[in-house]
Design a protein around this ligand. Structure first.
Ligand SMILES: [Zn+2]
Ligand SMILES: [Zn+2]
Length: 135
């Protein structure tokens, strides 16, 4: 598949081609900050097919936790676009809400980090759920 997307203000744009490596819903405490309180939904696309086509995102990596992810976001409007995680090397984890057409996501294949789930979070029915990242 080929997808395009970008941030809320349009300063940063990306495109991605290939088969999704991962489609997930993440309830981790960190994602709750980024999403505004709910889990994040992300689609992992192969790095080889991923490129920034307009602007350059800012990056942030925490230094106070083991194996931190790197989060990439628009320095103008603050929209979080992608995450790179040591747990899934070679993948650009795209925030589904930044796709031009978020409906291409379909549905998550798995739910992760339910250990941090809030009581007001919903789990999709029939989707495997894990306390942390499996494996
Ligand atoms: Zn922006
Ligand atoms: Zn998360």
């Amino acid at each position: 598949m080929e997808v395009k997307g970008g941030c809320y203000c349009g300063a940063v744009r990306y495109q991605a081609a290939g088969d999704p490596i991962f489609k997930g819903q993440c309830h981790c405490r960190e994602c709750q900050y980024i999403s505004g309180g709910h889990p994040n939904v992300v689609m992992g696309m192969p790095d080889a097919g991923f490129s920034w086509v307009k602007g350059t995102p800012k990056q942030f990596t925490r230094s106070d936790i083991p194996n931190p992810v790197t989060r990439e976001f628009c320095g103008e409007c603050g929209t979080h676009l992608t995450t790179r995680t040591p747990g899934l090397p070679g993948a650009a984890l795209i925030k589904v809400g930044t796709l031009d057409d978020p409906s291409v996501f379909g549905a998550p294949q798995m739910v992760i980090f339910t250990i941090d789930k809030q009581t007001f979070h919903q789990l999709p029915e029939g989707v495997p759920a894990f306390e942390r990242y499996p494996g």
